[in-house]
Design a protein around this ligand. Structure first.
Ligand code: FAD
Length: 296
């Protein structure tokens, strides 16, 4: 029997989905199944089905922090559908679905003159992905504003984590450490502010990003974590790697911690280039760069 017939969900089930269509790097082989549960009932059905059948699963947001291997993913890739894309506000408190784009959330808060997320402008992920990877920029991160997060647990229960029950670190969180939890909704508390001031902070953050990052070429943002003493980009540049290329994968000359896809880069090209950069930085500085990018 086909998975579509077994599942009987309101959302979509797409077999053989090219992962390059789901990731900002535009790289990756096919996923056996791509499923978009439309609501909580659908999501629980999919999770139960995968667990019962022993199918590996992967929750994807906008795929902006991922490198999917050329062999693809032997399992089910799940992207939250329509009913996970709602936003509600109550004064300075916001309740937002994990499937909402961060940019949509930021626009929503600016409309209501709520300050606190403007530095995150230009981060192309979803709220779910931003919580899991604790997205941040210019010294601020999403976790600074989180009150609680609702998740679906391994046994399909609903659980709410309060702020004090969650751990956040550099591009990591409780949910990054426990990949069995699916984040479905987040509550935030922002600060009432002046719209012009919020817009001007956003404009400045956008300007700084546009002047330092190759935003028009496919990438997955920063590839390596910054080691404690120096920025990874600085070390990569000093090691002479800026502009280095394997196939169509290139260390961006504009921002050395971005590896961009110049057209037809494969995951193999990317991985070789990552290794080469790590090797050169290690030789020159004795520092091992760790990847921030998630490799699937
Ligand atoms: C041009 C560019 C600029 C960027 N700039 C920044 C920046 O300034 N700062 C920064 O921090 N990042 C930046 N990024 C990286 C990226 O956008 C962020 O890490 C973002 O938060 C990832 O969100 P996503 O929805 O794309 O997640 P994905 O890449 O799809 O997934 C990331 C991880 O989260 C998990 N996940 C996603 N949704 C859920 C969920 N609902 N429940 C459980 N797990 C889930 C996935 O399984 C995966 O492990 C940039 C990327 C690009 C391409």
């Amino acid at each position: 029997m086909k998975i579509e017939e077994e599942l009987r969900i309101k959302g979509k089930v797409i077999p053989h989905k090219p992962m390059r269509e789901l990731t900002s790097l535009r790289i990756g082989g096919t996923a056996d199944f791509f499923v978009i549960p439309e609501d909580l009932e659908d999501l629980k059905k999919v999770l139960t089905f995968c667990r019962k059948e022993g199918l590996p699963m992967f929750i994807i947001g906008n795929g902006t922090k991922l490198l999917v291997r050329d062999e693809g993913f032997r399992g089910v890739v799940i992207k939250l559908g329509r009913s996970f894309k709602k936003i509600e506000s109550n004064g300075s408190k916001i309740k937002v679905g994990a499937g909402v784009d961060l940019s949509t959330l930021i626009n929503f808060t600016v409309e209501r003159s709520l300050s606190g997320l403007e530095c995150l402008v230009g981060i192309p992920g979803t709220v779910g992905g931003a919580v899991v990877r604790n997205a941040g920029a210019f010294g601020e991160c999403l976790s600074d504003k989180i009150l609680s997060a609702k998740v679906i647990t391994e046994d399909n229960g609903n659980l709410t984590f309060l702020r004090k029950e969650m751990k956040f670190g550099y591009r990591s969180s409780t949910f990054w450490e426990n990949k069995n939890l699916v984040v479905i909704e987040v509550s935030l508390e922002l600060t009432p502010g002046k719209k012009e001031r919020i817009l001007s902070r956003m404009k400045e953050a956008k300007r700084r990003k546009a002047s330092t990052q190759p935003l028009s070429i496919p990438s997955a943002g920063c590839v390596f974590k910054n080691p404690p003493s120096f920025s990874a980009g600085f070390l990569i540049q000093q090691a002479g790697c800026a502009g280095m290329r394997i196939g169509d994968a290139e260390v961006s000359p504009q921002h050395s911690n971005f590896i961009v896809n110049r057209g037809k880069a494969t995951a193999k090209d990317m991985l070789e280039l990552i290794k080469e950069v790590q090797g050169r930085v290690k030789d020159k500085f004795g520092i091992t760069l760790e990847t921030e990018l998630e490799i699937i």
